[in-house]
Each structure stands twice: as structure tokens, then as C-alpha cells.
Design a protein around this ligand. Sequence first.
Ligand code: 6PG
Length: 230
Amino acid sequence: MKIPKLPNAQAVIVHDDLDALSIAVAQRIDEIATLAIAERGVFHIALAGGETPHRCYQQLRKLDMNWQKIHLYFGDERCLPNGDNSRNDTMVRKTLLDHIVIPSANVHNIPAQLGGKAAAADYAALLSSVVLDLVLLGMGEDGHTASLFPGNPATENTAIVVPVFNAPKPPAERVSLGMNTLNAARQKIFLVAGAGKHDALEQILLGIGLPAAHIAAAEWHVDRSAITGR
Ligand code: 6PG
């Protein structure tokens, strides 16, 4: 299997399928968390939304992690009522939080129910004193990441946390960590799986500046389907 040389990538690891990718990324999160806690006594991680990370979070909950010293943030959130099934924090609660013991003060949901502008201001205040050790990222079929979409003004917004309007992936109103905040994280890991992501990967390989391509020095975990398109 020819491993694509994604520009800007620190590493590209190809996995047979989503299950293998999920196990591997869960193990990487555990490794990075252990080092961060050993060095600084705490691990700050921003979680990815969407479907791809589900199994990774289900794997993560099986690991013996020091949750007392781990703080969970979100890379983005959809502006929907609290508890809505389509919210990323609802997905994380179901796949991870309901299965581990972590202080509630360590889980930092984006208050997206307040609307994009107010939620972005609130979350920026929280993050202004945090250096993220790791950001997990998905990539959409159009090459978006977090809620930073191609051609959307939010993608160029240099604020710590940005409101997103007119997102092409429903809901139209979202909140996202800004591109600079994503890039300022000590480490970034992409989880990309499925044939539907092949075209966006191809465009990035051709040097097209999709939002995901603007994330520097990330570790890309991709499955064979995303590489081959089959
Ligand atoms: C969201 C996600 C988004 C996601 C990509 C990939 O709120 O939708 O944060 O950025 O990571 O759209 O989504 P899938 O993993 O479902 O393909």
C-alpha cells in the first residue's frame, strides 16, 4: 500500500480498517496523556466530533487512564439544545463519559446552545489559559475539519474560538476552535476513514489548500478505504 505523502503531515499511518485505526489512536492518546501527566501533571485534549471517532472513544474507555488528571474539551460543537442527539458532546457522553469516572469539572462542553457568537466568547475565555496537549480531528468529504469549512469566513478567523454560520453540514450554526488554536496544540491527530474521504485526501495530495491541509505537523491515521477510494 503506497503511503501518501500528505503535505504538512508529521506522519501518515495507514490501517486496515476503522476498528484497527480506532484501537491505534486510543493507544496513542494513552501514550501522549501519560507523557503529559508525567511532565506537567495534567493532560488537556480536545475531542473530535462526527461519526469516525465513536469506536476510538469506545476503545479509550477500556484503557486504564488517569482521568483525574485529564481535561476534555471539544474541537467544535453544533448549535443545538443541550442534550440534543446530534450534538458532539452527546456522542462523547454516550461513547465515553457514561463509562468512565472523571470529575465533571474536567469536562468542558462548548455552550453551543447559547448560539455561535456567545458560545465562542465563553469558550475562548476558558481556553485563553489552556495549552492543548492534543487535538483529535476528523475530516469531512469536502476537506473541512472541526467546523472550519472551505470558503467559510470562520476558517480564516484568527480568534481562539469562532462562531460558524452557513455551515454546509447541518446544523448551519456551529462553534469551532479557530485554525490558529488547532495548530497551537502540542500534537494533532487526524482520524480519517472510509472511501468518502478519498477525494479530499487526493485534493490535499495535489496541494489544494482545504482546511484540513492547513493543520500543520499532524499525525494522520487513515484507513485503506480512504486511501484507495474503495
Ligand atoms: C462535526 C465534526 C466534523 C467531523 C467531520 C467528519 O461536528 O461534524 O466535528 O468536523 O469531524 O465532518 O465527520 P465524520 O467522522 O462523521 O465523517
